[in-house]
Each structure stands twice: as C-alpha cells, then as structure tokens.
Design a protein around this ligand. Structure first.
Ligand code: ADP
Ligand code: MG
Length: 330
C-alpha cells in the first residue's frame, strides 16, 4: 500500500504526541505558534541521524525514533534546559514499509511522553533515510550551563558510566561476543541513551561548565577546555566503568572505550571547590563521579593508576569532509 506525505503526517505525526498548553497551533499550518513562559530564555538545538552513519540501517525503528529524540534531549540537559517542543524532518526511502513508520513514531512518542515534549511540526520527504529533530526548551534567564566557565582548581565530573555504548557498538558490529544479557544491556545503552535532564537542571547553579558526551570523553571534555581556555588531568582509575565493561575487557581496553567511544550521552561538568557540598546535595550519591581536575597548563593529560601518562589510541569520532581541490574557494 502506498501512503502519501499528508497521510503519513496525519497517521503518525500529528494527533498522538503530548499536548501542551503553550502550543497555540501545532501540526497543520505553515508554521507552529507557541508561547514562551515569562522570564525564560529559549534553548534551541538540532541533531541529525543518518542511516549507515549514526545507526546501522537494520536498527529497530522504535530505537531509531527513541534515539533521535534522546540525543536532542541530551543537548537540553547539557544546557540545564527543560525541553518543550520539537520539529521533525524525516527523509525516508520511497519503499519504506508502513510498519517501519508505525514503529519509528512509537519509539519517538515513548520518549516524548516521558518528558512531555510536543511534536509541533516538521517536514516529510523521500530520499536516503535521515532523521533531523530540532528541539526547543526553556532555561531561566542567565542560568544556562555553558562549555566556557571552567576554572583551574575545579573538579571534573561525569554522570553514569562511560564506554558502554561503545561496547554496544562493538557487539553489534560483531567485534566481540557477549553473553546475551550483557549484550542486551550495552546495545540498549547505544540505542536508547538516557538524557540526563534532571541532573543538568540540578547543576544550573552549581557547575561552572557542562557538555554532553556524544563523541567521547576526550573529545567533549576537549571542547570545555578550549572554550574555557584551561587544561586538565583525568585519573583513569577514577573513570566510572560498568561491571559489564570491567568483566568483558582488559582494564586498558575499557579505558580506551571510556575515553574515546561516543554515544554515551552522559554529562561531563566542572564544579568549583566551594560548590562541592551543594553538588552532593543536588545529585544522588553514586549517580556521578569525580574523574579529574581543571588546571592552568593547557592540554588534557590522562594519568594511569601509577601516575604514568596514558595516550588514548583514538580521540573520538569526527565527520570529515573531502573538500574538492578544484574548488576556487579552497
Ligand atoms: P509546508 O509545505 O507549508 O512546508 P508541509 O506540507 O511540509 O508544509 O507540512 C504540512 C504540515 O505538517 C506542517 O504543519 C508541518 O509542520 C507538518 N509536518 C510535516 N512533516 C511532519 C513530520 N514529519 N512530523 C510532524 N509534522 C510534520
Ligand atoms: Mg507552507
């Protein structure tokens, strides 16, 4: 059966998402109309997932829908914002099965309902499978978390555990074979990351800087260091590693994943010494770990258990562009 663009929108992307009082008009006109609360600034982010680049094409469409929103919610978390509205640009191959759309929309809605995010509009086109979600959230004026602001002497912290999504990817790519329960657990860390929204909001008056870890700790902490014009040391024996990661890998291989694998969507943040007691009241014990210290000396130093430097093999994922040498602007 073939469905037209407007039938797809009506069936899967209009009625069944959470309704919010601040949405005056959602799907169905040339633009959505929304009202922002007084005293709030808007935090706006966008993220694209491309089949074959960000997920294997055969990934469960429920997971694709879930993750497309989760990665955007993670950006809201890193800013200390509360998400409210999203738009969805969905490009699907013309032979996409209706079941695929039903499952994709189900996974997206599952997470949208958890955080009461309205789907207020979008664009539906045919082409290689690509999902773009743009999200808008609220943050009290002047209270957003930023990548800049880390100062020498601040502690460096992360939420959750690191490297599990990387192990999930290795498992999906059959680079190693895990017991079935462990496999489900790490593949779910990859496909259904938990956006640390509660933590991000709780850190608003406490953290001096924050970022979410999408490309790997070294790469993303590197953005904090560059924006704050500082350096840092991280202590590898303090990295929070899950039991699965410790059981399945050598300590060194576990560190490599924790440092360089992307897709964990944990928060990395810095806290001045005088805010440490506020931090321990704001976040649940065990949900975050101190892993290092901001320093004046530029650069990032990874230090192993015996105080020796450790050089990670990879610095994290980056898309690269093969710029055309004949381009006159090049
Ligand atoms: P226009 O031609 O004015 O850009 P469209 O015909 O693309 O509008 O879309 C019609 C309506 O459906 C708009 O309100 C648009 O925001 C919404 N829409 C289109 N695609 C999606 C989608 N994938 N998810 C949610 N809303 C969508
Ligand atoms: Mg129009």
């Amino acid at each position: 059966m073939s469905l037209h663009e407007f039938e797809v929108i009506a069936r899967y992307f209009s009625q069944t998402f959470p309704h919010r009082a601040d949405v005056i008009f959602g799907v169905g006109d040339d633009a959505a109309l929304c009202v922002a609360p007084n005293g709030m600034q808007l935090a706006i982010a966008i993220d694209t997932l491309v089949a074959g680049v960000h997920f294997p094409p055969e990934t469960d469409p429920k997971d694709i829908g879930y993750k497309a929103l989760a990665v955007n919610l993670s950006d809201m978390a890193a800013m200390g914002a509360t998400p409210a509205w999203m738009t969805l640009a969905l490009t699907c191959p013309p032979d996409t099965h209706e079941n695929w759309l039903a499952h994709f929309s189900y996974g997206l809605r599952e997470l949208a309902e958890c955080y009461q995010v309205s789907l207020i509009g979008g664009d539906t086109t045919t082409g290689p499978l690509t999902i773009t979600i743009q999200i808008t959230g609220f943050v009290p004026a002047q209270m957003a978390l930023h990548r800049h602001g880390a100062q020498p002497g601040d502690g460096i912290y992360v939420t959750g555990t690191l490297g599990d999504a990387g192990l999930g990817l290795a498992s999906i790519q059959q680079q190693l074979h895990l017991p079935v329960l462990a496999r489900h657990q790490v593949e779910s860390r990859l496909n259904r990351p938990t956006p640390r929204l509660r933590e991000g909001q709780a850190l608003r008056e406490i953290a001096s800087s924050a970022i979410d870890i999408s490309d790997g700790l070294v790469a993303d902490l590197g953005h904090i260091l560059a924006a704050s014009q500082v350096g840092a040391s991280i202590y590898l024996n303090q990295l929070p590693l899950s039991t699965i990661l410790r059981e399945q890998l050598s300590l060194e291989a576990a560190w490599q994943l924790a440092l360089s694998a992307g897709d964990d969507y944990e928060l990395c943040f810095t806290v001045p010494q005088h805010q440490e007691s506020a931090l321990s009241k704001a976040l649940v014990t065990g949900s975050y770990t101190r892993i290092g210290m901001i320093e004046t000396l530029p650069g990032l130093r990874c230090v192993n258990a015996s105080g020796q430097p450790f050089i990670p093999k990879s610095k994290g994922y980056q898309h690269s562009f093969n710029l055309n040498p004949d381009d006159p602007d090049n």
